[in-house]
Structures are given as structure tokens and as C-alpha cells.
Design a protein around this ligand. Structure first.
Ligand SMILES: [Zn+2]
Ligand SMILES: [Zn+2]
Length: 136
């Protein structure tokens, strides 16, 4: 059977994840609008800075704070017009901070694979955003 679009783009997010540079948790994200990819991102250090894989993570409160998260990197590749009403595909449930940025970005749909314990579920307060978990 032909793969549906959600599975197709989520698979691509898993490919993108392979470029992540933090061994704590590797995440990939893809922003899609009208079935076209507008941006991709993985969690890694800011450009020009050393990576967790090379110099180790910086752990604060049990999180690695060295990286910019995949969702933020993917959203930053998009223009405001490109991300408006778009879907973001993420290999793991977005964290609380990324959830707030997704809500503010204009994205209207979130599709993720692995569940992740978030500090706070901001999407509960943004019912206009559809959040879908798909088993990979
Ligand atoms: Zn790290
Ligand atoms: Zn995040």
C-alpha cells in the first residue's frame, strides 16, 4: 500500500535526526506546507560552536542545554508565510519550550512519534493546534 503523507514526512524527520549531535537525545523535525518541505532541523549546537558528540553535553536540571532543539532549527529555516498553517513532523514530542515557539510560529498541526515527558503541556492551552501521535 502506498505510504500516506504523515508517514512519509515522519520518515524523513527520522532521517534528519541522524545529523543530530547530542547523544542524550537525537531529534529530527520537518516543517511541511501543502505537502512540500519548507524547513528541516535537528538538535545541535549553534553554528560555529563545539558539539556534544565531540566535547560532551552541558547538563543542567537533567537536560542538555548545549543544543538548539530540532523544532527551533526547522522553524528558523521557514519564512513567516511558509510556516503559517503548516505541519511540523518531529521524531519525539516537543518539549515545553519548543511547544510555545510552535504555537507562536503559525504552525497548526504537530505530528510526532516517540512520547516524551514534558514539563508542561502547552498544547492543552492551544486547542486550535492539532497534535497527533503516530507510532513509528
Ligand atoms: Zn548534549
Ligand atoms: Zn524542545
Amino acid at each position: 500500500m502506498r505510504k500516506d503523507w504523515d508517514k512519509y514526512f515522519l520518515d524523513i524527520a527520522f532521517k534528519v535526526k541522524d545529523r543530530s549531535t547530542c547523544p542524550r537525545l537525537r531529534v529530527g523535525a520537518v516543517v511541511v506546507k501543502d505537502n512540500r518541505i519548507k524547513g528541516t532541523g535537528y538538535n545541535g549546537s549553534p553554528s560555529g560552536m563545539p558539539h556534544c558528540d565531540d566535547v560532551g553535553c552541558i547538563i543542567r536540571n537533567n537536560h542538555c542545554i548545549r543544543t538548539i532543539h530540532a523544532e527551533i532549527n526547522a522553524i528558523m529555516e521557514c519564512s513567516p508565510e511558509e510556516r503559517k498553517d503548516a505541519t511540523i513532523y518531529v521524531t519525539a514530542r516537543p518539549c515545553a519550550e519548543c511547544s510555545k515557539v510552535i504555537i507562536n510560529s503559525g504552525i497548526k498541526r504537530v505530528v510526532f512519534a516517540k512520547d516524551y515527558n514534558v514539563d508542561y503541556d502547552w498544547f492543552k492551552e492551544a486547542p486550535w493546534i492539532e497534535v497527533v501521535k503516530i507510532d513509528q
